[in-house]
Design a protein around this ligand. Structure first.
Ligand SMILES: [Zn+2]
Length: 143
């Protein structure tokens, strides 16, 4: 701690500067303000680092289910269009659907708290992709 007026080093419990007599109270008030500023900065950083652990799993599982459903290769083996495979695709699509619903819930909470969302475009894409794939996969089970 240093004197505000003359810059001389102060004792931690000193009320007045030994050198020039300046009151130390003013200095302490200033350092309080600095601490408040630091805390506000920290809060800003936290809001900028929002995490939504459901977005990427939702997107990638949707992509896998969609790709397996759309490109059932090799055709000659009949694996891609077999009943077990259609069930697996449906399961992955439903898993993705679940994760994208969670991702939307987390994003909605973030939006209410600080008007921010984590990868809203990717979340929407995962939702659309998983919904379409799940519906198509469900449909093909009964065809
Ligand atoms: Zn002083």
């Amino acid at each position: 701690m240093f004197c505000r007026k003359c810059g001389e080093k102060l004792n931690p419990d000193a009320k007045f500067c030994d050198h020039c007599g300046e009151q130390v109270v003013l200095l302490e008030q200033q350092s309080d303000n600095e601490e408040i500023e630091l805390e506000t900065k920290k809060e800003d950083e936290v809001s900028a680092n929002l995490k939504n652990p459901y977005v990427l799993p939702a997107f990638y599982t949707a992509l896998v289910a969609f790709t397996l459903g759309m490109f059932p290769y090799p055709h000659s083996w009949g694996i891609g269009t077999s009943l077990p495979m259609r069930i697996i695709i449906l399961m992955i699509a439903l898993l993705s659907s679940y994760h994208s619903r969670k991702a939307r819930q987390v994003n909605r909470m973030y939006y209410l708290q600080n008007q921010e969302q984590v990868k809203p475009g990717l979340t929407k894409m995962a939702t659309v992709l998983s919904t379409i794939t799940a519906m198509v996969a469900l449909f093909t089970l009964f065809v």
